[in-house]
Design a protein around this ligand. Structure first.
Ligand code: AMP
Length: 208
């Protein structure tokens, strides 16, 4: 199975991708996680990505396509879930071309639908375990009480100013991709509001 998980920031892509990766035995390819790892390691890609990410802006397409392509190839071009890629029409065109060249262009796009007000609420309450990547919501999915606070990260791009910028970028650059995928008959829309398990069941229902 080749899967693209699509939706605005805070739609729950990362959380659902982890469940789906386990359930269908897929490599979980998150370009955001790849950049965060590159920043931690201090690689040239990490250095380039950091300023864009902190400002809530998109990393340039050429850089993103490079790391996404590497991830897909490392996953063997099959059995992967893309989380947060593609995010622009040129990235989607690049992906189509890349997969077609590798005889691997039968992918499905699951679009998680969530209202903007809920996204802001989710992102400002989101915390991440720096060591494991585990994602929490301070109210609905709180971190374990015994987890040291210094392990919990409030992402710099989850601060109010960056959230507003990311949503504006989403509307301008990423939202038009829905029509692109629909036009290619790849799009499956799923209601992204509700309990994590419930949303996971909805996604499975459209995939199975
Ligand atoms: P995420 O963890 O998916 O929310 O991504 C965090 C940040 O990484 C984004 O706000 C962008 O700055 C950058 N990023 C991740 N994926 C992409 C992409 N496909 N295109 C451009 N920038 C990206």
């Amino acid at each position: 199975m080749r899967l693209v998980l699509f939706g605005p920031p805070g739609a729950g892509k990362g959380t659902q991708a982890k469940y789906l990766a386990t359930h269908y035995t897929l490599a979980h390819l998150s370009t955001g996680d790849m950049f965060r790892a590159a920043i931690k390691e201090g690689t040239p890609v990490g250095k380039e990505a950091k300023s864009y990410m902190d400002a809530g802006k998109l990393v340039p397409d050429s850089v993103v396509c490079g790391i996404a392509g590497e991830g897909i190839e490392n996953a063997g071009l099959n059995q992967f879930i893309l989380d947060g890629f593609p995010r622009t029409i040129p990235q989607a065109e690049w992906l189509d071309d890349f997969l077609t060249r590798h005889n691997a262009d039968d992918y499905v796009v699951v679009s998680l639908k969530v209202d903007v007000e809920l996204i802001v609420e989710r992102l400002s309450n989101r915390r991440m375990n720096k060591e494991t990547g585990e994602i929490y919501h301070l109210v609905y999915n709180p971190p374990p009480a015994d987890l040291p606070t210094q392990v919990l990260l409030h992402r710099s791009d989850d601060q109010p100013e960056a959230i507003r910028e990311r949503l504006a970028v989403y509307e301008a650059d990423t939202a038009p991709l829905e029509a692109y995928f629909r036009g290619k008959n790849r799009l499956k829309e799923v209601d992204g509001v509700g309990e994590i398990e419930e949303i996971f069941e909805r996604i499975k229902a459209v995939l199975d």
